[in-house]
Design a protein around this ligand. Structure first.
Ligand code: HEC
Length: 154
């Protein structure tokens, strides 16, 4: 009886330690990833807005290509910014990201493709093409958010 109780408590302690360590390691990594992707997405959003404004004004400024590059960079970074389980209390990422891999990859590719067209138009200084590319890029952002981002949190 005593032996059984001892076994039981040792097992409980071992489980507690394993769960405890796992929880701590993931929470730290997930917080950092959340901050990184929020920053990258906001940066791309700012760039997209500026490019949209430039396209409307009809004159593409010299730094347009650098701004478009930020959106290309976001698309390239997204796969690494969303490892499985990197959801925090603040995160709006939905678990479907990891269960609907094909759907998620399709949305990442849609952004990458639209961003490449945006970069080409910005580099060419073609305001009309830039306007169309900005619209398509914005639609690709929204297309992913609609499927894979949950409601706002406070
Ligand atoms: C492949 C999917 C995907 C694409 C493409 C994508 N996003 Fe996101 N975005 C997300 C997810 C998921 C989150 C929520 C992340 C979290 O909260 O952990 C997010 C969060 C954000 C946020 C953070 C602030 C907030 O309110 O949640 C902004 C801003 C944002 N995205 C802008 C953009 C812009 C601009 C683009 C296009 C240039 C874009 N995103 C493209 C999936 C995507």
């Amino acid at each position: 009886m005593a032996l059984l109780a001892l076994h039981g408590s040792r097992f409980a302690i071992a489980v507690t330690i394993v769960l405890g360590l796992g929880g701590v390691a993931l929470a730290a990594g997930a917080d950092e990833l959340f901050d990184k992707r929020e920053m990258a997405m906001k940066q791309a959003g700012g760039a997209l807005k500026a490019l949209g404004g430039a396209a409307k004004s009809g004159s593409v400024p010299a730094d347009a290509a650098a701004k478009a590059q930020l959106i290309v960079d976001l698309a390239a970074a997204i796969p690494g910014l969303f490892p499985e389980g990197s959801i925090t209390d603040k995160s709006r990422a939905l678990p479907d990201i990891w269960t609907d891999k094909a759907g998620w990859d399709g949305k990442v590719k849609a952004l990458a493709d639209a961003a490449a067209v945006t970069l080409a138009a910005a580099s060419a200084g073609d305001a009309a093409a830039l306007g169309a590319a900005v619209d398509a890029t914005g639609a690709s952002c929204g297309g992913c958010h609609k499927m894979f981002r949950g409601p706002e949190k406070d």
